[in-house]
Design a protein around this ligand. Structure first.
Ligand code: SAM
Length: 286
């Protein structure tokens, strides 16, 4: 989009008109590669003999622990939390009840709460544990034996855009477009991906959720294609199954100021995340 030569402000239409009554639709399996749901969380369906689980376990550590709430997966106040319905879609499609699910960068525990809801056995690690059921570990060196997981979900830091914690080993301190051209970031992510390949059972799936990045560099926007770079790393270990575009429902994207900034700087706001769905080959041939 070019800056408007007449200086007129571009017309801006918010996604959801003001005054609209919001009602969460029931969550169902999506059938296309464009995923969208109008909430960060979904409402678990109560099943016979099983009340809707209480999730979002309070924790002694974390960047903003919240009390338990029904129908909330993970912590809504955790900066960078994954939309829980994305994980729900993956687990419904690629796993069975009782399967062992790993999230090596578990953050506020969204994956664990979806596992509880769907009767999967969840295991979570993070360099900065926010709840007692998340073990502190570096995703580049997981304390797990080979081929012990039936599915892995990971939502890593996308460069340095969020300050997750003071942990020196936090990959969120490594700049994907910095002076080293992101070398340290991509080397770290290559080790995380290799660990995921090691602990996943052959023939089973993994999902990596990530966004590209754009930032201002000496007055001009710099695009950092993190998604494509990580996809190339994934291809060293996995067969591609699909690439999903997940629509971002970030309230800030709807702000007039963001829209104007986008027009003025001739750059687009990030409107979607990639979800890379991969499979570990049955025989180590790629
Ligand atoms: C995007 S957040 C994950 C959000 C999570 N899926 C949720 O819904 O809350 C990325 C996480 O990676 C963690 N992390 C960063 N470096 C790590 C490392 N070396 N090993 C394990 N976790 C790490 C951060 O602490 C942060 O919680």
């Amino acid at each position: 989009m070019s800056p408007n030569p007449q200086g007129n402000r571009p017309k801006f239409t918010p996604h959801t008109p003001r005054g609209t009554t919001f009602r969460k639709p029931p969550l169902e399996l999506f059938g296309t590669t464009l995923w969208e749901y109008p909430s960060q969380h979904y409402t678990p369906v109560p099943r016979a003999g099983k009340p809707a689980p209480l999730t979002g376990t309070p924790a002694p550590l974390g960047n903003n622990p919240s009390p338990q709430r029904e129908g909330i997966q993970g912590d809504p106040h955790y900066a960078g939390a994954t939309p829980s319905w994305v994980i729900w879609q993956l687990l419904q499609r690629y796993t069975e009840p009782g399967d062992r699910i790993l999230d090596p960068m578990c953050g506020s525990g969204t994956t664990l709460d979806v596992c509880t809801d769907l009767d999967r056995s969840g295991k979570g690690f993070d360099i900065n544990s926010t709840r007692p059921d998340i073990e502190r570990a570096d995703a580049r060196k997981l304390p797990l034996p080979d081929a012990c997981c039936d599915f892995v979900f990971v939502d890593p830091p996308y460069s340095t855009h969020i300050n997750y914690s003071d942990a020196p080993a936090c990959i969120g301190t490594l700049d994907a477009g910095g002076r080293d051209h992101g070398r340290a970031y991509y080397q770290s992510m290559a080790r995380v991906i290799a660990e995921i390949a090691r602990v996943l059972r052959p023939g089973r799936h993994m999902g990596l959720y990530v966004s590209d990045s754009r930032r201002d560099k000496q007055g001009s926007p710099e695009f950092i294609p993190i998604g494509f770079e990580l996809f190339a790393l994934l291809r060293q270990h996995f067969e591609p199954v699909d690439i999903v575009a997940v629509v971002r429902h970030n309230a800030r994207l709807n702000r007039q100021s963001r829209h104007e900034q986008s027009a003025e700087t001739d750059s687009l706001q990030r409107g979607f995340n990639y979800l890379f769905i991969m499979r570990k080959p049955k025989t180590p041939s790629i």
